[in-house]
Write a protein that binds this ligand. Structure first.
Ligand code: NAP
Ligand code: ZN
Length: 363
């Protein structure tokens, strides 16, 4: 089964060339962005110019920080209600777009953000138009929003059909300004989504052409993109792979690969993509025999050996020093074992297996 209720536009100038679609949704627009990048990458100027052509009003909430927390969602939801907004345009990486989904669900259903994790609480939504400026999360085409609870230190996603944007505009020119590390880490996040489409118990062979091609696009183009950051053709290839990754996890969900990475972000400030990348080889080894045919077919498609892929991962220099605090190890393992996407693993994963992976990185 494949489900995507989103009108997705892709390619250079896709927003400018299809701006009439903005006329369809709402009159009072809430623009949601992070602090700086929406402006510096050129997307904000383009969106405002398109809004002005429609004659609609907008207000701007620009307080979303990386790994958005529940307080930001509370503030954004109050801001939306105060301004009677009836449509959201979210510009940014995964953080502003995920925040937009949570703000919409909180405001539309009169919730407190803590209640977003009870799926039955979300009975309606507010239309969201998503404009990604990173090539990583694929959130522009998923039903997920990942939030951090600063009180508990937990990072977790919630899913709702109302989280799906109504449309998305993926224009690679907005990614030209991405710094090297963000380019690398977001591409690794997309790679993780594509691999998890193979690992997940909800794996769907219908997806394999885009999974295999997406992984190949990243493997063959990431280093070139880091060397030539202003090459729009290469940026477009990474954006395509990230888009595929989003389509994939929207069907299959994520797995241990993501849950094992969350404590690395909340405790040690390692970016989301990098957290996935650090444990990518370990997870592939752990799941290899459960998905041997599919993984072997993938590497045949790419014309490489599994070891070439591992060597390539090492060449990205994702981790230099060991960083895990031994005193926190048991708490990390407990959180991973309790996370909801553990149910998607292709094998029963013991706490011992999780410990073995983390132990490699104890300082
Ligand atoms: P991000 O946290 O949105 O942004 C990372 C950094 O990159 C920020 O400093 C941001 O600046 C900057 N940035 C964004 N676009 C830029 C551009 N075009 N040029 C220059 N700088 C730019 O990064 P992300 O990796 O895209 O999102 C990560 C979040 O998404 C995590 O919370 C992760 O858990 C979540 N996620 C969600 C899904 C899903 O399906 N919902 C899937 C995977 C991950 P500003 O702060 O100024 O904008
Ligand atoms: Zn991810």
């Amino acid at each position: 089964m494949f489900h995507s209720p989103i009108k997705s536009f892709f390619g250079v100038d896709c927003l400018k060339n299809n701006s009439e679609i903005l006329k369809v949704f709402g009159n009072n627009i809430l623009l949601i962005t992070g602090k700086n990048s929406a402006k510096s990458c050129g997307a904000l100027t383009e969106v405002v110019s398109v809004i002005n052509q429609t004659g609609k009003k907008y207000v701007h909430f620009d307080q979303v920080t990386e790994n958005p927390d529940l307080e930001i969602i509370r503030k954004g939801s109050d801001f939306l209600k105060k301004n009677n907004c009836d449509v959201i345009i979210a510009i940014g990486g995964g953080s502003p777009i995920d925040a937009a989904k949570a703000i919409a669900a909180t405001a539309a259903n009169n919730l407190i953000p803590e209640d977003l994790y009870k799926p039955n609480n979300i009975k309606k939504g507010i239309p969201i138009i998503a404009i990604p400026t990173t090539s990583g999360t694929g959130t522009e085409v998923t039903q997920y929003s990942v939030l951090t609870n600063l009180t508990t230190g937990n990072k977790a996603g919630f899913a709702s059909p109302f989280n799906f944007p109504v449309c998305s505009f993926s224009d690679p020119k907005f990614t030209l300004s991405l710094p090297q590390t963000v380019t690398r880490d977001t591409a690794i996040d997309a790679l993780s989504h594509l691999l998890e489409g193979i690992y997940s118990v909800k794996t769907e062979p219908l997806l394999y052409p885009i999974i295999f091609e997406g992984i190949k696009l990243i493997y063959e183009n990431l280093q070139e993109c880091l060397d030539q950051p202003l090459n729009i053709q290469i940026r477009e290839k990474l954006m395509q792979a990230a888009f595929y990754g989003g389509l994939v996890i929207a069907q299959t969900g994520t797995t241990l690969q993501h849950s094992i990475g969350y404590p690395l972000t909340t405790e040690y400030g390692i970016t989301h993509g990098c957290s996935n990348g650090i444990v990518m080889k370990d997870i592939m080894e752990l799941f290899y025999f459960a998905r041997k045919n599919e993984i072997d077919n993938l590497f045949t498609y790419m014309g490489i050996q599994r070891q070439d892929f591992y060597n390539w991962l090492i060449s990205l220099n994702l981790v230099n020093d060991n960083f895990i605090d031994n005193n926190l190890l048991e708490a990390h393992i407990k959180k991973v074992a309790a996370s909801s996407n553990i149910a998607n693993n292709p094998i029963q994963v013991s706490t011992e297996s999780i410990r073995k992976i983390y132990e490699k990185y104890i300082k």
